[in-house]
Write a protein that binds this ligand. Sequence first.
Ligand code: NOJ
Length: 600
Amino acid sequence: MLQQSVRREQEYPQQSSAQHEPWKEKVVYQIFPRSFQDSNGDGSGDLPGIVSRLDYIRSIGVDTIWLSPVYESPRVDQGYDIRNHREIDPLMGTMEDWEELLREMHARGMDLWMDLVLNHTSDQHRWFRQSRSSTDNPYRDYYIWRPAEPGGEPPNNWTSYLGGSAWEYDEATGEYYLRLYNKRQPDLNWDNPKVREEIQGLVRYWLDKGVDGFRLDAINVVSKDHRLPDTDESKLEGSGYKHFKNDPHVHQYLRELNEKGFSHKEGTVTVGEASMVSMEDVARYTDPDRKELSMIFMMESPSIGTDPNDSFKEREWKLPELKEIVARWEKELLNRGWFGLFASNHDHPRMVSSFGHDGKYRVESAKMLATLVHTLWGTPFIYQGEEIGMTNSPFESVDQLDDQMALHYYDSRTKRGEDAKEVESRVLAGTRDHARTPMQWTDEEQAGFTSGEAKPWMPVNPNYRGINVQAQENDPDSILNYYRKLIALRREHADVIVHGEYASLLEEHEQVFAYVRRNEQRQGLMLLNFSEKEAEFELPEDIGVCLESAYRLLGNYPAEEGAEEADMGKDSLSRTKGNVVPHVLRPYEALIIGGLKPAP
Ligand code: NOJ
């Protein structure tokens, strides 16, 4: 079907001549290295394992890899607690292995973006060991130390993302240090120019080694209001954010990091992790004239199903809310910012389990969700395993978990007297470990993730015999092959899908997500059914797409007219426009329709 549409496409006008930065057309694949591919049989994924799978990654159509941390680390937080920013963790391999990875990626025309964790370090980092050793150590001011309040209380009432005070008392010098995450992840003091110089040096170090970009962890919390005021929020986890998120100084520090770090190598691309941002904040971080970051992630949509005051509590949501978020970002940031789009990563349960249907409609819904992420304005990110529709794992007890956030949450909530069974079921549903089970390559023992005697560090999801890469390679209608078509389509129609405007339709419809992407000459119409029921809809008369000349580009149900008619009932054809735009979408159906704009 795609090929047919490609042929027809040649009859349509050429792409617009507008100049666009080439990096905006990238499609990124995120690797969580410990769970990707083990090469030495120790049960943990590693760098040589990734090298052995590069042809696979390239075959999806991806041109960039974001590699979650591989630096030396005690792994309290799976590498987001760095002990040495300039060395590779032996669990992952050696610096030579890393260099080989980079060489092999560049040989295949792929870019490597490293994950930089700059808000905090491990408590075992050389800087922190010095810092905590005495109040007059030259490294003392690399971190945020304060004396206790009279009575021994912490300096303010902020709470950490793991629950409890954000301050940790250190016996050795009798002061508190700030740590927004684990007590073993002390926050760096970005107000200290020496810290910023160290960070700039790290960025240049990796650029000199040849990396092409960075993902910047928790970047909008690095600068705290130096007065450290109490907060009036009462969240149990992460309260105080008004005083440490998007602080005005963060922009000054990022411009400096850009000038003395990122600009060291031309073409460096940066993506910041920054939650709770206004559209103005996003524009400030990513407006190219301000020279801060290339983009930040749109984190609002993947968190739509989570209670903002309690990260393990589910929240009821309706489709119009998701459409509102997407439309706001798409419209308000056009021509003044850029962002990354994702529906899953290592911090969220699996996409198809959260937003689709991981039973009967797993295949359809995984394809439908992919269609959304890859046809919006912004850079799409795929998280390992998403491209084969990997699902959440059937965890039965907190004892099976490694996720420090889940475990701390369980501990602190049960200590406060909340019902243990209820807390456990919340934690088992929301844990990040769903995303961290090993990649499912084959239907062989341990899903082809490891061949050794050692058990995988995290148990393989038992559904690997049915859900694995090998099976999907051989099936032309697999989720994997749909991703390939979708990415090829995005590249071919980059003038519209990457760079065109966004216009929302049917904003109040509770099942159908419909929108148009367009430039001066051409448009694409996307129709997505977000439910397991058939969805009827009526497009408004003037949607700016000439439906008579519209043609189907891609869909997740068979394209043959006969098949459509049979599935949709006898009168289906009378309910189509131009024969390609139906009035009913089947469960989780996704359709991409191309067309010409009617003459004014
Ligand atoms: C965000 C990372 O994605 C997450 O995995 C980590 O736990 C925190 N930042 C702390 O670094």
